[in-house]
Design a protein around this ligand. Structure first.
Ligand code: NAD
Length: 349
């Protein structure tokens, strides 16, 4: 498929392809927009069925990063990298070094970080060949955790501040006694559950694996429900923290919660569902606004910021959501549309 005519191309500034015969590396780096600064975004390794699929993914994701960085008030643009291959089968240290050289060849126009199929250890190997890497040393220490570069604790804290702000906006209250259903108790979902429990929320949790939910039942007094049931519960908040497309034409008809605020990327199966949520009186926290804690963390790792500076920045997610909600109400628009417009006002100068 042609790059310039690609449906996801959308004025990308730079798309670079790399094939390193010696290590088998096949990779694409996409820089969507660098008006606000060098493009920052993760590197994903995935067994794509073909190069079209990989191109589609990298273009879509890098554009998403432009919007996310703008709404997080970062002086960064949006970019992404993908490596074609199965991380469990094809990855090698030499391949990671070759990827590091590919990143270096863009002279800092793109700064790489962690994404699916890539670990902090992989980034550390890439960093042998380039300085344009972040996410190898976290600065936010949550509940005594050893910081290792994984931004999940910051993502969870950012989502927590976003849930708090959304509840305040919709119900005019704090989290005490509020019923929150969390779909997916992984790296972000479990930590979010801990924050919410500490603020007095009543938790309902579901996962396709038992470890996280069992721990939440034991330690956080959470009620375990089945993955099929979690979205239909009569709760105040649904926090999607598993996969995308939680809100789709089927699930929307059975939603009883009044607020949707969680970590998952691409929560709406399509953008027009934002209007349906608005019509149903459900407040939706646009995913890339509420889950920006990860990229904020990566940015502060790069800047070698203090723990306090990072925490203060994460807490601004709540204020940004308030701005989105207020404007959406004033203009009678869906929150996802308003977030897109605010982001574009920042990077499309
Ligand atoms: P994770 O893989 O650690 O956790 C996801 C959890 O969801 C797993 O425990 C999995 O078993 C569970 N799950 C999968 N399908 C499910 C289903 N149908 N019902 C219930 N549970 C299900 O991932 P994570 O790092 O916690 O990220 C969670 C979401 O947040 C993802 O969508 C991710 O893209 C997004 N996100 C994560 C970060 C981050 O810093 N980790 C940053 C931004 C966005």
């Amino acid at each position: 498929m042609s790059v310039f005519d690609h449906i996801e191309f959308d004025e990308h500034e730079h798309v670079a392809f790399c094939h390193d015969k010696k290590t088998g590396l096949k990779a694409i780096i996409a820089v969507h927009n660098s008006y606000l600064g060098p493009a920052l975004g993760g590197c994903r390794m995935w067994p794509y069925a073909n190069s079209d699929e990989a191109l589609n993914d990298v273009l879509r994701l890098s554009k998403g990063m432009t919007y996310k960085a703008a709404m997080a008030n970062l002086n960064q643009g949006g970019g992404k990298a993908v490596i074609l291959g199965d991380p469990r089968v094809h990855k090698s240290a030499d391949m990671m070094r070759a990827m590091g050289r590919f990143v270096e060849s863009l002279s800092g126009q793109y700064i790489s970080a962690e994404d699916s199929g890539m670990s902090v250890a992989d980034l550390q190997i890439m960093a042998e060949e380039t300085t344009h890497i972040s996410g190898t040393k976290a600065s936010y220490h949550f509940a005594g955790e050893e910081a290792d570069g994984n931004p999940a604790p910051s993502t969870a804290y950012g989502v927590f501040t976003g849930v708090k702000a959304s509840v305040k906006y919709h119900f005019g209250s704090d989290l005490q006694g509020k019923k929150v259903a969390i779909q997916g108790l992984g790296h972000v979902g479990y930590r979010l559950a801990e924050h919410l429990h500490r603020e007095g929320a009543e938790l309902f949790v579901a996962d396709i694996y038992p470890e996280g939910v069992n721990r939440a039942k034991e330690k956080l007094n959470a009620t375990i429900v089945s993955p099929d049931e979690i979205l239909t519960l009569d709760v105040d908040v649904i926090a999607p923290c598993a996969m995308g497309a939680t809100v789709n034409r089927q699930s929307i008809s059975t939603l009883k919660a009044k607020v949707i605020a969680g970590a998952a990327n691409n929560q709406l199966a399509s953008e027009d569902l934002g209007e349906l949520l608005k019509d149903k009186g459900i407040l939706y926290a646009p995913d890339y606004v509420i889950n920006a804690g990860g990229i904020i963390d990566i940015y502060h790792q790069k800047m070698l910021s203090s723990n306090e500076a990072l925490k203060t920045h994460l807490e601004k997610i709540g204020a940004t959501l308030m701005e989105v909600y207020t404007r959406a109400d004033e203009q009678n628009l869906a929150t996802n549309r308003v977030a897109n417009t605010i982001a574009e006002e920042k990077f499309k100068k």
